[in-house]
Write a protein that binds this ligand. Structure first.
Ligand SMILES: Cc1cc2nc3c(=O)[nH]c(=O)nc-3n(C[C@H](O)[C@H](O)[C@H](O)COP(=O)(O)OP(=O)(O)OC[C@H]3O[C@@H](n4cnc5c(N)ncnc54)[C@H](O)[C@@H]3O)c2cc1C
Length: 109
């Protein structure tokens, strides 16, 4: 087996983001998933247009056994960071009802 710095299990939203960020830090990452097709859920979410965040995401919108978890998570990376990432990659998007943001084009690319 190849030497790696980290193994990420699960190659959907959280795993892909985690592997991407670790890669940006220069880490060798192995990303594993038992699904035959990676990211399929991403391609079908939001009716195929990737409902990728909400303009007004805030801790009070989350239900959790540990309500403090989302506070610390959102302190480090929030919807504006993700919107910047989407804009950086020149992915056009629009706002729909309830401040949800969707890609203009199909999430299948
Ligand atoms: C019907 C529906 C529609 C949704 N629509 C949207 C939407 O439009 N926009 C949005 O933002 N969110 C949407 N969501 C929520 C979104 O799907 C989840 O928030 C998101 O998928 C969570 O991502 P995740 O990477 O944490 O986990 P998951 O998406 O559950 O990914 C976990 C991955 O780990 C893999 N895995 C698990 N166990 C193992 C193992 N032992 N070995 C190897 N691989 C393993 C799985 O195959 C999977 O690929 C929707 C959810 C549902 C149910």
């Amino acid at each position: 087996m190849t030497d790696v710095d980290a193994v990420v299990i699960g190659a959907r939203v959280a795993g892909l983001m985690c592997a991407s960020e670790a890669g940006k830090l220069g880490r060798q990452v192995m990303l594993l998933d038992h699904a035959r097709k990676l990211g399929e859920k991403i391609r079908i979410s939001g009716g195929g247009h990737g409902n990728f965040t909400n303009l007004y995401t805030a801790p009070k919108a989350f239900l959790s056994a540990n309500p403090h978890f989302c506070k610390s998570a959102l302190c480090q990376y929030d919807q504006h960071d993700f919107i910047s990432l989407v804009s950086k990659h020149k992915i056009a998007y629009h706002e729909k009802k309830l401040s949800q943001l969707f890609c203009d084009q199909s999430a299948r690319g």
